[in-house]
Ligand binder design. Structure first.
Ligand SMILES: [Fe+2]
Length: 168
């Protein structure tokens, strides 16, 4: 089972529509859709969506019920909030307990992240050795309210929850 919407989107392995686990506020959904339909390139789209999200970060309680905000000691969680029918974007809420982390990955598309609660520890990697190896290029500790947008190339990263309360 894939843990992230990214895994599913990249692999195209899902045979049926993904299950929606939370609620995406209509205002946020409309704003993201408007930016995506702007027809900008991926980097510009990421920057525009990030700028919009900084003004419209939702309350965690508005998007996930308490049982999903608690996290799972077995692994970090990714909850789909919305998937645009044409596949142009999706919105997900991820929950990390302290110490839980993703694998090192990229998104092969634009992506915007916003920290709603807790802190997110993010490692960014660069290709080196003739693109055969990775080296740590940056470390970021993103507090609640931090929003960033990115697009390939240069989006290889790993995310970890580091502090209580849990990251979301
Ligand atoms: Fe990621």
């Amino acid at each position: 089972m894939s843990l992230t919407s990214t895994d599913n989107a990249v692999a195209g392995r899902r045979a049926s529509p993904p299950a929606v686990a939370g609620t995406c506020p209509d205002s946020l959904l409309r704003a993201v859709r408007a930016e995506v339909r702007g027809g900008l390139d991926w980097q510009q789209t990421a920057e525009c969506v990030a700028r919009m999200l900084r003004r419209n970060l939702p309350d965690p309680a508005a998007i996930l019920p308490p049982r999903l905000r608690r996290g799972d000691p077995a692994c970090y969680q990714s909850h789909l909030l919305y998937a645009e029918p044409d596949g142009s974007f999706s919105i997900a809420a991820m929950v990390w307990l302290p110490g839980q982390e993703t694998v090192i990955h990229d998104h092969v598309s634009w992506c915007v992240t916003g920290v709603l609660q807790g802190r997110e520890y993010e490692e960014i990697f660069a290709l080196t050795g003739g693109d055969r190896a990775l080296e740590l290029a940056a470390l970021n500790v993103n507090p609640a309210g931090a929003v960033c947008g990115f697009a390939p190339p240069g989006d290889i990263h790993r995310v970890r929850g580091v502090r209580r309360p849990r990251g979301l």
